[in-house]
Structures are given as C-alpha cells and as structure tokens.
Write a protein that binds this ligand. Structure first.
Ligand code: MV4
Length: 668
C-alpha cells in the first residue's frame, strides 16, 4: 500500500478521498490554486502544494504542475477524483512515465471508452446489448438512409464524438431524415471536429440505470449493483439512488453480468460505471462506460457498506478485490442529491457569494454530507458551484425518501441562492415518491418543481420582529455594562413614549412588498400587529442564532441570520429573506459595534465582506464578528471608503481594537 498519495482535485471529492486515505494511514498531498488557498481540502491534507492561478486551466488542468508537486512531495500515487483529468489518458500516461501510480484504469481502457462508436463496437463483440441501430464507419448517405429504414422511427442521430446529450437529434419520420442528418453532421463537426454519426431507435421514456463495476489487476471483476440516475436536468444528474426502484433480481443479474462483461472486454482495472438505458419493457441497452469514480458513488457505498475509495487504493496498490461477488449484497436504500449554489428561478445560474451561514443537517447512520466548503467560504466563479452532496439511507425507499425530505428541510444556507427548494420539491413530488422515474421527469413535472416564492407569513414576520426586538434588548443590556451611564434613558428598550403605550414600528421589505409590524411592549412579551391580526409573542435567542419562540401559544423554533439590514428567517424548511429599514436598528447596530468600527467586545472575525479601497454606502455590512455566540455586523457609519482592513476572517480581536479604517465622503 502507498505511504503517500497526491489528490489531483479539489472540493468535496478531494475531501472525500483524503478521508479514506487518512483512515488507511496513507499520507495525503493536496494541490490548490490561488482561489483555494484556504479551502477545506487543503486544511484536511497532510501537505498542500500550490499549483497555479484560480482558473482551472492555470491549475487543476495543468498536468506538469501536478506531476511536479507529486515528485517534490514524494507522493507515490495520484488520485484524479472525477472531472478535471480523471478520464484524461494523456495524464494517466504522464503519471506512469513519472514513475507514479495513476489510481484509475489502464490508459488503454480510458482510450477505448473515449469514442462512443468504438465503445459500442467493443460492447457488441462482448455480447453487451446495444440499442438497435447503426454505428458503422461507412457514413455514406445511402448507407445511413438504408439503416434508418431498418431501424424505423422515431430514431436518434448521435454524434460519435459527442457525449452528455450533445449532438443528439430526434427524427420522427423518413421525410425529415436527410435534413436532420445534414444538420447533425454540421453540428458535430463544429462541436467535436468530427462529423461521424451513429443512428439508434429512439426510446421515448427510458430510465438511466448504471452499474458500478470494479476490477483488479488479477483478472477479477465484480459489480456492486445498480444506481438509478434518471432525474437529470440538461444531462446533469440531480437525484441518484440505489438500488433502482422496481428492479427484479433477474434483471439486476442480467445487467450486472453485462457490465462485468463490458469491463472484462477492455481489460479494465479499478472503479468503473457502465451506463444503460432501461426501456419500459425491461429491455436494457449499453449507453456508455465511465472510466472514473462517479460523483454518485456514495449511494452504492451506503447500500453495500463498502468504501469505494479504499477499494481503489487497494486495487491500485496491486491487491485483490476486497470482496467477491457472492460476498456483496444490498442493504436498504440510499438517495443522493447535489446541493448547489445556483438559482433555479434563473435557469440554474450559478450564485456567487459568501456562505455566510452554513448549517447542514446533523450526520448520522442515515445522513451523510460530502462537502468541500465551510461557513465563510466564498463560492468561486472558477469551479463547479457545488456546496455538498447530501446522501440519505434507510431500510427501504419510502423511509429513505422521508429522510431526504427532512434532511433538505434542515439544510441551512444563507449568503448564496441554492437549489434546496427545488430539490425539496422533487423529493416531495408524488411521482418521485411513487418512483415514477424516467429521463423526462423534470420536464414532465416542471410546473410543480419551481414554486413561486411565498410572501412571508404572519409567523415568519412574528419571528423576524421577535429576533430584532430580542437582539436589541440584548444589545441594550450589554450596553448597560459598558462604561456609559447605566441609568441612561437611551439604554431603555421598552418602547416607552410619553402619553402612549410603549410600542415601536418595525418596517420590513420582501422584494417590492413593504410590511409594517407594530410591536407593543408588554411585561413578559410583545403584542404584534401583523397583517393577519394581533399576535402575542415571546421567546429567547439560544446563542447559536436560533430563536425559541412562543407565537400565540404555539412553540416555534427558527434560525435568524442577520447581515447588515438583511434578515433571513429559516423556518419549517423554508428560507425567507427580509430587509429591515429600521433606522434605530442600524444606529443600534453601529452603537452595538462602537460606531467607530472598533470591536464592541472580544470576539472572532468570521466574515469580511469588503476589500481595502472599496466604496461603501451607509449601513452596508463590512465585517461580521462572532462574540457571545452571537454575530455582530460592523456596518459602514456613512457613505465612504474602506481605506484599510486590519483583520481577516478567523482573526481574534480584543474589545476596542480598530477593525478597519474608514474615510467618509464629504456631506455624508
Ligand atoms: C438515448 C435516449 C433515447 N433513446 N438514446 C442522453 C445523453 C447520453 N448519455 C444518451 N442520452 C440518451 N440517449 C436512445 N436511443 C435518451 C437519452 C437521454 C438521456 C439518457 C440518460 C439520462 C438522461 C437523458 C436525458 C435526455 C436524453
């Protein structure tokens, strides 16, 4: 076994590989770009080597820099993870030339699976079922027209050099064929530099069912059962699960044997995935073979109890497969979803920003989180905006679906837009619960999967008002301990007014909507005037940012995250972002922070939202301190410029220390 390996990747997969390597007592070397200097995978590794600039092409896609880091660190093997250079035959060969073990399949296997038509030819000879079609080298139009006539319609024209759905074209009748062929060829030439096409009968409602295979260097090969990955969006997997719903033992055995035959046909070693299309009649057809560990491998690990990265390390070190086929069995059901910083309401555009608040559900035997980020990290424009993979397991699918729904409801992210609500809509959808899966799922149920944002309910408004009032009260109590006049009337927060009951009006904005909540102070609670009527509320902050409230006799627990005048209430699995324009609050915030940008109390800088030289508006958040288990936002005292930052995230500061230098602009 290797004494040290280099992980040529980043994010969650790098962290995941490090976790298994560490458990096996193997030293780990991380590589990182400028943008990842403080990334989680760098912190977790034993050593870390800088390999270049933030863009992947200047770092993670630079083989020479990675091989140099391996040589200088003394690593004996390189794990490519997935993506980047995981299926790059040239990189795998470069590792071998450098005397390093590439933890993956042989170069020849990667090359053999690189071309769709070549792969299909190999599979056909190995007896692996293919979709009825034509994938010959003879591309004369007459040959293709004859083939189309044999296949029948609807048929699919696919670019041989394509992949992931690129260069596919459905043809519904003979009259359309010639034009569709010409168009598909032009597109393939433009996209892949190769206009070779193949023809297939078009399956109208297929499922994507893939088989995990593993082979060692001694000629052994097994399958670790199947995963259903039918729920995809633009050929990006959204939900993956194992085992595939509705799979019979016979079909599982047939697909497993076909997948193992495919692996053996190309002299495979290591982890691989054979992807099939499963038709409604139970027929299955080879689609492609991936020569890497897949993103969704954890669902296979959860139902088999195997660590596939450990298998990779052992097999790459020349050991025999850890289990025989007879020793592998399915236990329970697992489902994975990918939590992304992206906006489903804006066509899943990546959402760039800082993970101001990040609280995944608690991990246990039923919930696993594979992540490469921590609270306070920035979501970079340079890489896949994945926050984490959420994997759940239970004894059966119904229970696993319930675990998924709960885990998604508990997943808290503030600072970027995420796809959590979209994933929750999928997990709750009756068709998903009933396991009615096929590759058209998202398009078919689109109307149900993108619910419009809900206006804040009275309960959400009550929780927001309570958070504001309780924090103000805490700040005032704290203020009373400062060396000011403890009896100063300015420290009172009971809303006292001359000739009027004690009350205060809080003004919230949600999008274009403005909502006023009048809070009447009562001895042990507040009486709130809400859009739906009055509600008596009380509660407390638990110091973790959670609000334990009593709303008109109903107990409620919520998380409130404050960023300047933005308040996010996470309640009952939903996230509600409100803006406050309560001048008292802003003043209070500044009072709470000493006004002059000094630390109001000893604490830790947990977030810096600006750079030196930044022009800022009054009240905009500049820095967040964590003290007394609460977050204190340092805001701009006026319009001006931040001229210097004296501390960065993670620094500990003493009370009264100047945190940053600020220059007001004239007239502010
Ligand atoms: C197909 C098909 C229907 N019939 N082939 C999409 C990408 C590539 N992996 C193959 N794909 C498909 N090939 C025939 N003969 C439907 C798809 C397909 C698909 C397959 C798996 C997962 C998601 C998909 C989404 C759209 C289309």
């Amino acid at each position: 076994m290797f004494d040290k390996i280099l992980i040529a990747n980043r994010g969650e997969i790098a962290c995941r590989i490090i976790r298994s390597a560490r458990r096996l007592g193997i030293g780990t070397v991380a590589v990182y770009s400028d943008a990842d200097a403080n990334a989680r995978h760098v912190a977790l590794a034993d050593e870390a080597w800088h390999i270049g600039g933030a863009p992947a092409l200047e770092s993670y896609l630079r083989p020479e820099r990675i091989l140099e880091a391996a040589r200088e660190s003394g690593a004996r093997a390189v794990h490519p993870g997935y993506g980047f250079m995981a299926e790059n035959a040239g990189f795998a060969a470069g590792c071998a030339e450098a005397g390093l073990c590439f933890i993956g399949p042989p170069v020849a296997a990667i090359e053999a699976m690189g071309s769709k038509s070549a792969a299909k030819k190999i599979m056909e000879e190995a007896g692996v079922p293919l979709v009825p079609g034509y994938h010959g080298q003879d591309q004369q139009i007459g040959i293709l027209q004859q083939a189309a006539g044999r296949i029948g319609y609807p048929l699919l024209i696919k670019a041989s050099a394509g992949g992931g759905g690129k260069g596919m074209r459905v043809v519904n009748g003979a009259a359309e064929f010639d034009d569709a062929l010409a168009s598909a060829r032009r597109e393939a030439k433009a996209a892949f530099g190769d206009d070779q096409v193949l023809l297939e009968r078009y399956l109208t409602r297929p499922r994507h069912v893939e088989i995990q295979v593993f082979a060692d260097s001694r000629g052994n090969a097994v399958h670790l059962f199947e995963r259903d990955c039918s729920i995809q969006r633009r050929h990006q997997k959204v939900v993956e699960e194992a085992p595939a719903p509705g799979m019979t033992q016979q079909l599982r055995a047939q697909m497993g044997e076909a997948a193992v035959a495919a692996a053996k046909a190309i002299g495979y070693e290591g982890a691989g995935t054979v992807e099939f299309l499963l038709d409604e009649d139970g027929s299955f057809y080879f689609m492609e073979m991936n020569t890497r560990l897949q993103v969704e491998h954890p669902v296979t690990e959860m139902i088999t109890g195997q660590d596939l990265v450990e298998w990779q390390l052992r097999v790459a070190a020349g050991e025999v497969l850890p289990k025989s086929q007879q020793e592998l069995e399915i236990g329970g059901h697992a489902i994975e979803v990918r939590v992304y910083a992206e906006d489903p309401d804006r066509d899943f555009l990546p959402s760039i920003g800082t993970l101001e608040h990040l609280r995944p559900p608690a991990e246990n035997a039923h919930v696993r989180i594979d992540t490469g980020v921590c609270q306070g990290d920035a979501v970079s424009i340079h890489y896949d905006p994945m926050i984490a993979k959420l994997i759940v397991w239970d004894q059966d699918r119904t229970s696993a679906v319930r675990r998924l729904q709960q885990a998604l409801a508990d997943y808290q992210v503030v600072g970027v837009t995420t796809n959590l609500r979209f994933l929750a809509s999928v997990a709750k959808h009756p068709a998903f619960v009933a396991a009615e899966l096929d590759t058209g799922f998202i398009e078919r149920h689109r109307g149900d999967l993108f619910p419009a944002a809900e206006p804040a309910s009275d309960d959400v408004l009550a929780l927001a008002a309570l958070d504001v009032l309780l924090r103000r009260s805490h700040e005032a109590d704290r203020g009373a301990t400062l060396p000011l006049d403890p009896c100063s009337p300015w420290l009172l927060t009971d809303g006292w007014r001359l000739n009027s009951d004690n009350h205060h009006t809080l003004t919230f904005h949600q999008g274009e909507t403005t909502i006023e909540v009048v809070a009447h102070y009562r001895s042990e609670c507040y009486l709130l005037e809400l859009p739906g009527g009055p509600l008596q509320v009380c509660g407390e902050l638990d110091g973790q940012g959670d609000l334990l409230a009593n709303l008109g006799g109903r107990r409620a627990r919520a998380t409130a995250v404050r960023r300047g005048n933005e308040l996010t209430i996470l309640f009952q699995g939903r996230s509600h972002c409100l803006q406050l324009d309560d001048p008292y609050l802003l003043t209070d915030e500044q009072e709470g922070t000493g006004g002059s940008l000094t630390a109001p109390m000893p604490g830790k800088v947990i977030s810096v939202m600006v750079e030196a030289g930044a022009e800022v508006k009054q009240g905009s958040p500049l820095m967040i301190l964590e003290a007394m288990k609460m977050e204190h936002t340092i805001t701009a005292p006026g319009d001006g410029r931040v001229t210097a930052l004296h501390f960065e995230a993670g620094a500990l500061v003493n009370e009264g220390e100047e945190l940053l230098a600020f220059e007001a602009v004239e007239g502010s």
